[in-house]
Write a protein that binds this ligand. Structure first.
Ligand code: SF4
Length: 219
């Protein structure tokens, strides 16, 4: 019959260590290399015994966390052992870096209160109270004048925040803005001036809470 290589996770681990194979089998090229190697090792006779022995070795000796190299029949030829780097094989899967998004949050302060806006029901932090946001590199004075009709007396950069979502990372530039004049134009659909303690008790996203706490401490 045909000589078929077996290549389950246990066997891949034994091969990766014994031949010090680089790369993770999740990558197509690496998987192909594993497969070629596995095929090339299948003996002409005693295929089943060989396959069983290899699987047993992976399951019982060359285990993922605690390989028993001393007791391993392959220890004399094992490359990973010779290199003293058994732990390094097989290589872990490469983690793709998460996409980045950026925003700037404005903590608008006036008469001991801060401005919160209700977020749209859909999207991130849907329905929560949050801080007004502008593009990351935006100009706070111009933005507040245009969008909220507010005049700012002072704008201070706060320490930036990074918030990790499951699918992306949000870099947050934060600005503490003292409002000297409140305009009438506050976005439709709910925004409130609220005492900072009440704001801290509201349903706000974690980074917003962090910013409000910093402001509260600084007051
Ligand atoms: S010597 Fe150690 S690392 Fe190498 S195959 Fe045997 S158990 Fe695995």
């Amino acid at each position: 019959g045909r000589r078929e290589a077996i290549l389950d996770g246990n066997v891949r681990r034994v091969l990766a260590r014994h031949f010090a194979l680089r790369g993770h089998a999740g990558e197509t090229r690496v998987a192909a290399r594993f497969w070629r190697l596995a095929q090339s090792l299948v003996p002409a006779r005693g295929v089943e015994r060989y396959a069983q022995a290899l699987m047993d070795l992976g399951a019982g000796v060359c285990t993922r966390r605690a390989p028993a190299c001393d007791a391993c029949p392959l220890k004399r030829t094992c490359r990973a052992l010779a290199l003293g780097r058994v732990d390094a094989f097989p290589a872990p899967a490469l983690r793709k870096p998460k996409p980045r998004r950026k925003t700037a949050m404005l903590v608008l302060r006036h008469a001991g209160e801060v401005l919160l806006e209700k977020r749209a029901p859909a999207g991130i932090w849907g329905g929560l109270w949050s801080l007004p946001e502008m593009p990351f590199d935006g100009d706070a004075r111009a933005y507040c004048a245009e969008r909220l009709g507010c005049e700012l007396a002072d704008v201070k950069e706060m320490a930036r925040l990074r918030h990790a979502f499951t699918h992306f990372t949000l870099d947050i530039r934060a600005l503490a803005c003292d409002v000297s004049r409140i305009g009438p134009a506050v976005r439709a659909g709910g925004s409130i001036w609220i005492g900072i303690d009440d704001a801290l008790g509201a349903a706000v996203p974690a980074p917003v809470k962090t910013l409000l706490e910093r402001i509260a401490r600084a007051v």
